[in-house]
Design a protein around this ligand. Structure first.
Ligand SMILES: *[C@@H]1O[C@H](CO)[C@@H](O)[C@H](O)[C@H]1NC(C)=O
Ligand SMILES: *[C@@H]1O[C@H](CO)[C@@H](O)[C@H](O)[C@H]1NC(C)=O
Ligand SMILES: *[C@@H]1O[C@H](CO)[C@@H](O)[C@H](O)[C@H]1NC(C)=O
Ligand SMILES: *[C@@H]1O[C@H](CO)[C@@H](O)[C@H](O)[C@H]1NC(C)=O
Ligand SMILES: *[C@@H]1O[C@H](CO)[C@@H](O)[C@H](O)[C@H]1NC(C)=O
Length: 396
């Protein structure tokens, strides 16, 4: 008798522990087509406080979500599994100013997985028809933000939005995006796919990013970024910068872009800095095994980045660009200047730029494919089509 009750107790205790580790939002009041921020907050509070590794489950189905912050630190690693679709609010004013749609902050050891979809909002388009466009632009904050997130993995999820969807990483360390999909239409303005700032050891791999602006943009203070097996397009390609606009910007050290494909993008890989700028540094850039299909500027260093005439081009950029390794870049371009190295007149221009093995063709009315060099004398190796800049061309 005693041993049976012991066994019953043991089984009961075991079930309790197992249940304590899995938090399904439908057990916290979430219903399909209902708004779930309260349920998510409650489930997160429990999961984050769990002392054993826990799972927060958003099952298949369509759920409305106004705004949520998943805030740590948590007691143990957490997996958030999203198999359903989370739909943002129709009225963007629902998201308070300065707050993002979905934020993860101060979380370590998180896995965000599932086959789910984050739908920034389709309805905002309809909503936008009866308010001025500028007002919509000012209020839309459909960002997925990661702030102070460490040792985490984001995999499987698709994000989609009719307008203004960004993934924003600030002050993150050792975060991997694997098999991640960002989709926004080409005409959506300023929708960087993934923006990374002040972060270290970030990996983005096996992912597809379709957007209206930069596929991936890299701000100051980034170190050791690995971008591998990413397909970009439409959009503006992978961009380091723009840099040099603000005082106290930290260097960008170590960006590896490997085995990526760019389809119909404005740029392939780009480094851009403002003229008349604050000092800064970009170094250890490795761009390798890249495929371009009908890309406007497959390889571009632009140190006079000055959109809308917002600056004085006469004064050079003080951002030092050096140690750039470009290797095995092939495909087609929409402009004859398939390699554009427009470096600053300050700091001896771009130094230690290596180009080996490129085959970029231009087939259009504007002439033959060429490489263009200003204040930069690349070290060339291997097959080069088009040939490298002649010494005459490398004088500014
Ligand atoms: C969303 O993220 C982008 C970076 O991708 C950033 O420039 C923008 O300011 C963010 N939006 C808001 C409303 O914070
Ligand atoms: C980096 O994060 C991964 C999870 O993506 C984790 O498995 C690994 O242990 C972390 N590395 C370090 C050095 O903490
Ligand atoms: C850097 O990221 C890789 C890939 O996630 C991981 O294996 C490694 O442990 C990380 N290193 C550090 C120092 O975080
Ligand atoms: C290159 O990236 C693609 C995904 O775009 C992947 O399927 C392929 O395995 C990668 N190749 C190598 C050699 O890593
Ligand atoms: C360069 O690429 C073109 C197609 O874009 C191809 O026909 C040609 O064979 C390639 N040249 C070399 C040397 O690989």
């Amino acid at each position: 008798m005693r041993s049976i009750s012991c066994l019953v107790f043991a089984v009961f205790a075991f079930i309790t522990i197992v249940q304590a580790e899995v938090f399904d939002i439908t057990n916290f009041g979430a219903k399909p087509d209902g708004e779930i921020s309260q349920a998510l907050n409650d489930a997160w509070a429990k999961a984050c406080a769990a002392i054993e590794p826990s799972q927060l489950i958003i099952p298949k189905g369509r759920f409305l979500l106004n705004v949520v912050e998943f805030k740590g630190p948590c007691k143990a690693p957490i997996e958030i599994k999203i198999d359903g679709t989370l739909v943002g609010p129709e009225d963007p004013a629902t998201i308070p100013k300065g707050v993002q749609w979905i934020t993860f902050s101060y979380v370590t050891g998180m896995t965000l997985s599932g086959s789910g979809m984050l739908d920034g909002v389709g309805a905002a388009m309809a909503w936008a028809t009866n308010v001025p466009k500028a007002a919509v632009k000012a209020t839309l904050q459909y960002n997925l933000s990661f702030n102070f997130v460490k040792d985490s993995l984001i995999t499987g999820i698709t994000t989609k939005d009719s307008k203004h969807f960004h993934v924003n990483l600030m002050t993150c360390t050792n975060v991997t995006f694997d098999n991640f999909h960002v989709s926004a239409p080409a005409e959506s303005p300023n929708t960087d796919g993934i923006h990374i700032g002040w972060s270290k050891n970030i990996t983005i791999k096996n992912s597809v990013i379709e957007t209206g602006d930069d596929c991936i943009s890299i701000g100051d203070g980034c170190e050791s970024l690995n971008i591998e097996g990413v397909k970009c397009g439409p959009g503006h390609g992978i961009s380091v910068g723009s840099l040099g606009k603000n005082t106290g910007e930290k260097p960008v050290i170590g960006v590896n872009v490997k085995n990526c494909t760019f389809v119909g993008t404005e740029n392939g890989v780009r480094i851009k800095t403002w003229p008349d700028s604050q000092p800064g540094e970009v170094t250890e850039m490795h761009f390798e095994d890249l495929k371009m299909e009908k890309v406007n500027n497959p390889i571009i260093i632009e140190q006079e980045y000055c959109p809308h005439g917002e600056c004085v081009k006469e004064k050079p950029s003080l951002v030092k660009v050096h140690n750039v390794y470009i290797k095995n870049v092939v495909g087609t371009a929409n402009t004859p200047e398939v390699v554009k190295l427009r470096c600053s007149t300050a700091n001896n221009g771009c130094e230690n730029v290596h180009i080996s093995g490129i085959n970029l063709t231009y087939d259009g009315p504007a002439g033959k494919a060429i490489q263009e060099c200003h204040n930069c004398k690349p070290v060339y190796e291997g097959e080069l089509n088009p040939p490298g800049c002649t010494p005459a061309a490398s004088a500014a």
